[in-house]
Design a protein. Structure first.
Lengths: 461, 207
């Protein structure tokens, strides 16, 4: 296990305030979801899940077709689709457009996809001001931190930390009342919205038959981002496309319920192109950036392809016993929790953090709560196998492999196995964490050794 | 060019040829329950109230809105229904604006934005607004309070019926927004705060 992943996990578990924050927030989100999808609240929940899975499967299996249909329909409504293979291409596109339009100020609404490619940093590096407008994301931008959670980005911070941050960064009098902190952010960001030249949003869905971008949010910042500036750019992963607007009747019912327990988020925007003739407001220009950034690498494997079904609800994080202990920032990339454990190795390569697919108890809770029925435990197992194959190819962890081979041989020879057990029990577990077993044992608790083996007890019964 | 490159990578990975035909997707799942109008109205009111919005049925929306304005400033959309109800002409209400900058100025200072709605969804308490020359985006977004005046005939049962009536909303508008309750956040310590960026007060008047 890489020291950074292990160290951050240990640090998080040793911080009682952080543990309490993670526990209470995820417990609330988790319970809200359970209530919202209960048979009394949503009798056809399981049918909706199965249907959502079938639509996602069909779309991903025919992804090129639906992207082309989407592109044609965006163009038909006066918008433009731009394909980008990585973060450099996204920032180049935005920078060029900003230069041509003499734009300086960008407002951004929440987007995990732009987090993947550090879009803000890239744009600010070239002299543009790019401001996050979701309250949680704004706090994190001021603190120079990554989202802690897919839907509750500042879940780990207390009002007192926010108070310190706002005092320092906004030069406002210290304020610890959450309502007043929110009002302060509102007034600062309102001025940004009204002055911004470009709005950059993410997308929850791309609707092929309508050429529309669908954005789901609670605050209203995404509506402002997409309608106040004269230019709207939506940045979305290529996997976000769905065939028809009618499919939203399925997905919208699942998304908010799984994320926060709401029946629908406060604002669902269905945006197709720039403002039309006679409309008083809305953007004059409408762009959709379709980002690959490693997604096409997932497609060849029919089993693991389902990782791209994810609609970013965060339900698997809230229910995961590992996420709930080690928190979001221990994970080595922008996506945390079970979905992060399957996306990160596939987007970034398994050697980015080979321990990641192993940081799971395989309890199966993530798969059970997934609204699009991604079999996350199965994908984790496949990735573990990939890590081991890669280790074998590169000659890593030979000792561990040898150990397991010896163990397998021993288990198929009962008399020897029994003898080894007797010797082992008389010696006890190794207590030293040094030596070749040290690293292996440092992450595992060994059960107490029984006085007698099962076989011995069976014979004496 | 990245477009062709990415599409080529996708096709290769999926084992598909360019322009290869696609089987039909699973049929869309649309289930519309039979719900009497009186029950739809009751559900609409209840859902909006659960979300901390105000909701009423009114035979005299003009009087209700006049009472709600009570000396405050308001900007109303150009929806014909608001004019029909006499709301656009109320004292303190600015209406008939067709200039983007003027509208934005008014919306940043007004206390209340007044709109109609193209549809409402009874089972979630949702307003459905299409952007159009009659209905600008900023009026339901910038002022701290939003009043929506909705003819009862526009109340649908829910999302399924909306997408049955409108299989392709992009044909009707460049921007359809579903509004379900007042603007809210729980980003600091999971404490619910209303009116972050959008209106913190929402009033639905069913006529």
């Amino acid at each position: 296990m890489s020291t950074e992943f292990a160290q951050k996990s240990h640090d998080a578990m040793a911080d009682p305030k952080l543990q309490l924050a993670i526990y209470t927030s995820t417990a609330r989100l988790k319970q809200n979801r359970i209530d919202a999808v209960s048979p009394a609240a949503l009798p056809d929940y399981q049918e909706l899940r199965a249907h959502a899975n079938a639509i996602k499967k069909h779309t991903i299996d025919n992804l090129d077709h639906y992207l082309e249909v989407f592109g044609r329909n965006v163009a038909a409504h006066g918008g433009k689709v731009v394909y980008c293979k990585d973060g450099t291409e996204v920032s180049d596109f935005v920078l060029n457009l900003a230069k041509e339009r003499a734009a300086h100020l960008i407002v951004k609404s929440k987007s995990m996809t732009t987090e993947e490619v550090d879009l803000n940093e890239r744009l600010e590096h070239h002299g543009l001001e790019s401001v996050e407008t979701d309250l949680g994301e704004y706090i994190l931008q001021l603190a120079h931190e990554r989202p802690y959670h897919i839907v509750a980005p500042a879940l780990h911070m207390t009002r007192y930390q926010v108070a310190d941050l706002f005092e320092r960064e906004l030069h406002a009098p210290r304020e610890t009342v959450i309502e007043k902190q929110t009002a302060l952010a509102r007034s600062v960001l309102r001025q940004k919205f009204l002055a911004a030249d470009i709005g950059i949003s993410g997308a929850n869905f791309l609707v092929a038959d309508s050429g529309a971008v669908v954005i789901v949010e609670n605050e209203g910042n995404a509506r402002l981002t997409t309608s106040a500036p004269k230019i709207h750019i939506a940045v979305a992963g290529i996997e976000k496309v769905i065939p028809r607007a009618q499919d939203l009747a399925t997905f919208l019912k699942l998304l908010a319920r799984s994320a926060t327990g709401q029946l629908l988020s406060v604002y669902t925007s269905f945006l197709s192109g720039p403002r039309r003739a006679g409309e008083i407001d809305g953007p004059d220009e409408f762009y959709v950036v379709l980002l690959d950034n490693g997604r096409t690498r997932l497609l060849p494997d029919k089993g693991k392809r389902q990782s791209l079904f994810c609609i970013r609800c965060g339900a698997c994080l809230n229910t995961c016993p590992v996420y709930r202990k080690i928190g979001g920032h221990s994970f080595p990339w922008v996506y945390s929790g079970p979905i992060g454990a399957i996306l990160t190795p596939q987007f970034m390569g398994i050697q980015h953090e080979p321990a990641l697919p192993f940081a799971s108890s395989l309890c199966g809770a993530c798969g059970e709560v997934c609204p699009v029925k991604i079999d996350i435990p199965k994908v984790l197992l496949d990735l573990r196998s990939d890590v081991k194959k890669s280790d074998a190819r590169e000659g890593r962890n030979r000792l561990e492999k040898l150990g397991f081979r010896a163990f397998a041989w021993l288990m198929t020879h009962p008399p020897l196995f029994e003898m080894a057990g007797r010797i082992g029990r008389s010696m006890g577990w190794p207590t030293s964490r040094k030596g070749p077993l040290g690293a292996w044992l440092s992450e595992r608790d060994l059960p107490p050794l029984p006085a007698h083996s099962f076989r011995e007890m069976w014979r004496r019964r | 060019m990245s477009r062709d490159n990415i599409l080529h990578k996708i096709r290769t990975a999926l084992g598909r040829g360019a322009g290869q035909a696609v089987a039909d997707p699973p049929p869309a799942r649309i289930r519309i329950p039979q719900v009497a109008m009186e029950d739809r109205i009751a559900s609409m009111l209840e859902r909006v109230r659960v979300l901390a919005g105000q909701a009423v049925v009114s035979d005299d929306p003009r009087a209700f809105v006049a009472n709600a304005i009570a000396g405050k400033s308001a900007v109303a959309s150009n929806a014909p229904f608001l004019a029909e109800c006499g709301i656009a002409g109320l004292a303190g209400v600015r209406s008939g604006i067709t200039n983007r900058e003027e509208l934005r100025q008014l919306c940043t200072t007004a206390d209340i934005g007044i709109t109609s709605a193209d549809y409402a969804l009874a089972d979630t308490g949702t307003l459905v607004l299409f952007s159009s020359p009659q209905e600008a985006r900023m009026i339901s977004l910038l002022p701290p309070a939003h009043i929506a005046v909705v003819p009862r005939a526009r109340i649908l049962t829910g999302l399924d019926e909306l997408f049955a009536v409108l299989p392709n909303p992009a044909e009707a508008t460049s921007s359809m927004v579903l509004i379900t309750g007042p603007s809210r956040t729980a980003d600091i310590e999971q404490i619910l705060v209303r009116g972050v960026h959008g209106p913190g007060l929402l009033t639905v008047v069913v006529v």
